[in-house]
Ligand binder design. Structure first.
Ligand code: GTP
Ligand code: MG
Length: 485
């Protein structure tokens, strides 16, 4: 940068072009005279347009006073007013200082994008006017008599610390196996004895070290009979994920699945946004319609008929998305209207929503219409059929099927070797014949499971949620590492 110093430096660029950011990175705070900041001094804040006239009166006095003392002065306004520019230029001349015009060459689309993800965006029509005037000025600037016209190239590679930037880039690269799968550990049983927090942390650390892409927790109020006895612990998942978030792993964290009947959708949106902020963009939400009457009755929750629950599922996804969107504007959607969408902390990235449940007529349709993923059973026959139906729904609603990832929940019996595998089958099979149970649960070693996952990947599966039926501790998780190579 060959900008002389001391100098008068006049910034020019539409809202969101990056003027204030550029100045803050190069000059002392006292050297930058900003109309926004002065609006905040004489008015209620940087956006108080009623204070504009007085703010500019002050700005002119400060510019004059500093230049008269030979001090570097950076003028941070839109810079689009020709009369003001010529005044500042003359003042610099009078003080014997070089006058520099700094033109921000940020592309229009980038200004619009940054503007729309701001808390208080400039109205689109006003921004369009600024962009037009800026283009005219860029052509005319050389003729105005500046000692230097400095153009700032768009800097797209920079990792900015703004909320806008974080919305676009998720911070951790996705973890995929060589088969192209994301494998997420789903935890549905919690045999944590006397040390719940220690057990949970050890499971999460083991999953992180083994190379899992994420950790998913089941969301039930009473342990379901398919997994364990009703008096075994089944912790509230969002609270528990908060503990895992604090461990600083690279795992994606979420639920598989949260029933829409448990919490109003806005509260789930809040929990997920908070988790996403705390993990730097690694939250996801599995949602389903809810099904188990007993837990609803026990906790005083309604379990309306399926039709209403599915309506609620679609509305929940719409509500979450509305609250996670940038800004605070009112939302008037197909199923939901909200007077404002003020939800801070904002999520750090786009939070994936995965619909669980595979009802072909409505659940898969809702997934096709609204979700980022759809979770279906992992046995090949069912999988193939559900994927066909899901894709057909996508076509029917005009959605690119590639936008809805196929995820499966897989519940294998995994043993270190043949002996260990059959010992586990024997312990878990209950009254089922051993061979049938082993077949149904795909009993085998991690290498056997890996072969099977290759087939799933070939069938178009994006993510496997793997749950161990007999998960006891972190060593069981560590033993799955060969699955994740
Ligand atoms: P107004 O004050 O509204 O006229 O905008 P401004 O031109 O001062 O823009 P500001 O510096 O406030 O930047 C707007 C947004 O763009 C912020 O979220 C910045 O973090 C982001 N930003 C600014 N400069 C850069 C840059 O060089 N690269 C990237 N990637 N983002 C930037
Ligand atoms: Mg600014």
């Amino acid at each position: 940068m060959r900008i002389p110093d001391p100098a008068l430096v006049v910034l020019v660029g539409p809202s969101g072009a990056g003027k204030s950011t550029w100045a803050a990175a190069r000059y002392r705070r006292e050297e930058v005279v900003s109309s926004d900041a002065l609006r905040g001094v004489v008015g209620s804040g940087p956006h108080d347009l009623d204070a504009t006239e007085e703010a500019f009166t002050l700005l002119e006095r400060i510019v004059d006073a500093r230049l008269a003392r030979g001090l570097t002065t950076v003028v941070d306004t839109l810079g689009l007013d020709a009369e003001r520019r010529s005044r500042w230029l003359l003042a610099a001349r009078g003080a014997g200082l070089p006058a520099v015009l700094v033109l921000m060459d940020t592309p229009d689309a980038e200004c619009r994008r940054r503007n729309s993800s701001r808390d208080r965006p400039v109205p689109a029509s006003a921004l369009a006017g600024q962009l037009r005037r800026h283009r005219e000025l860029v052509r005319a600037a050389e003729a105005e008599g500046w000692d230097l016209v400095h153009r700032v190239e768009p800097d797209t590679g920079r990792v900015a610390d703004s909320a806008a930037e974080r919305t676009v880039h998720r911070t951790t690269p996705e973890r995929r196996t060589s088969q192209g799968l994301r494998v997420v550990l789903q935890v549905s049983r919690f045999p944590w004895g006397e040390d719940p927090a220690g057990w949970m942390a050890a499971i999460a650390r083991a999953a992180d070290e083994a190379g899992f892409a994420g950790l998913a927790l089941m969301d039930h109020l009473i342990q379901i009979p398919q997994v364990d006895r009703a008096w075994e612990p089944i912790p509230e998942p969002w609270v528990t994920l908060g503990l895992v978030a604090g461990l600083g792993t690279g795992l994606s964290l979420g639920t598989l699945v949260t029933p829409v009947t448990f919490r109003p959708a806005g509260i789930t949106a809040k929990a997920a946004a908070t988790l996403d902020a705390l993990t730097g963009g690694r939250a996801f939400v599995g949602v389903g319609a809810g099904w188990w009457a007993r837990e609803h009755a026990a906790y005083g929750l309604d379990l309306p008929p399926a039709r209403e629950r599915l309506d609620a599922l679609a509305a929940a996804i719409e509500t979450m998305r509305a609250l996670w969107a940038p800004g605070t504007k009112a939302y008037d959607g197909q199923r939901v209207s909200l007077p404002e969408t003020t939800c801070y902390p904002r999520p750090a990235g786009r939070i994936p929503v995965i619909v669980g449940g595979s009802g072909e007529r409505r659940t898969l349709r809702i997934a096709a219409e609204l979700a980022d993923g759809c979770n279906v059973p992992s046995d090949l026959e069912t999988l193939d059929r559900k994927v066909d139906v899901l894709r057909a729904h996508c076509r029917a609603v005009g959605r690119d099927p590639a936008e809805v990832a196929v995820t499966v929940l897989d519940l294998p019996v995994v043993g270190r070797d043949r002996d260990d595998t059959w010992a586990r089958v024997e312990r878990q099979r209950g009254r089922s014949p051993a061979a049938a149970f082993a077949r149904r649960t795909n009993a085998g070693t991690p290498a056997d499971q890996r072969d099977r996952y290759g087939v799933l990947a070939d069938r178009g599966v994006d993510t496997v949620f793997v749950a161990l039926r007999d998960l006891a501790g972190p060593e069981d998780v560590a033993a799955l590492a060969p699955l994740l190579a």
